[in-house]
Design a protein around this ligand. Structure first.
Ligand code: NDP
Length: 246
């Protein structure tokens, strides 16, 4: 039940969707939680209120992952207020899907900044404070491994970069007793990919189990990766996509 008792978990993009689901689940496992958000202050407050209801400490910090300074400052603020970071969950991400000819330089730069550079920087910074037993868990996508339709090239590029980053960080941090893993979800019902959108049936039809997942489903796997029980798993990319990619 309390696999994460008194751990401090830092989650990027915790105001909605998968990040909010992870935030509440790790709190129920005994952790104190810091979440970041960009725009959704009210929703972030709802998440921290829910966590405090569980008797855990919670803090929401506005951070645009496109800003290296903002990430840095948020991690330092967490150390100042909570004393440490045990588990970093790199969850925030953006999806810009377009026909190839329509991508702008800004689309490319924003995607690289938020989906890749911020994950590198947050991991680099948080790792400085982690002790043995520390964890870095990155939310990738099943599109890191397979691209089943057009208009996903930029996003797929960004998520597959995280596969290599996860392996490299696992080597960098293994001697310290810190594990680094990636979770690759398939269709999860969030604002990014609503289960009632125009293309949702096409996604369901590509799955072995034709049903969208919920943020709570991904959160269960994250709790396992965050716990002591998973100490020997590192550098891994774990796909949880209802069989979309098989
Ligand atoms: P949502 O769009 O529902 O939520 C995104 C979260 O990230 C929000 O908390 C949002 O904050 C935050 N965020 C967005 N942009 C930034 C930014 N520039 N800097 C910091 N935080 C930001 O997404 P999901 O919950 O669906 O996705 C979460 C992760 O899971 C992403 O990495 C996504 O790529 C991945 N994923 C999702 C799948 C799905 O089917 N839903 C499938 C596979 C992977 P705010 O509320 O303030 O905007």
């Amino acid at each position: 039940m309390n696999q994460l008792q008194n751990k401090v978990v830092f989650i990027t993009g915790g105001s909605r969707g998968i990040g909010a689901g992870i935030a509440k689940r790790v709190a129920s496992a005994g952790a104190d939680v810091v979440i970041t958000y960009v725009n959704s202050a009210a929703r972030a407050k709802q998440v921290t209120d829910d966590i405090e209801q569980l008797g855990r400490r919670a803090l929401a910090i506005p951070v645009d992952n496109a800003s290296p300074d903002a990430i840095n400052d948020a991690i330092e603020k967490t150390i100042a207020q909570f004393g440490r970071i045990d588990i970093l969950v790199n969850n925030a991400g953006i999806y810009i899907g377009k026909p190839l000819a329509d991508y702008t330089l800004q689309d490319i730069d924003n995607t690289i900044a938020v989906n890749i550079r911020a994950v590198f920087l947050a991991s680099q910074k948080a790792a400085q404070y982690m002790q043995a037993g520390g964890r870095i868990i990155t939310i990738g996508s099943n599109m890191a491994e397979r691209v089943a339709f057009a208009t996903g090239s930029l996003y797929a590029m960004s998520k597959s970069a995280l596969t290599g980053l996860t392996k490299g960080l696992a080597r960098d941090l293994g001697p310290k007793g810190v594990t680094v893993n990636m979770v690759n979800p398939g269709p999860i019902d969030t604002d990014m990919n609503p289960a009632n959108s125009a293309h949702a049936d096409a996604l369901r039809n590509a799955m072995a189990i034709p049903k969208y997942g919920k943020p709570a489903d991904i959160a269960e796997l994250v709790v396992y990766l965050a716990s002591e029980a998973s100490w020997m798993m590192t550098g891994a990319s774990l796909t949880m996509d209802g069989g979309f990619n098989i």
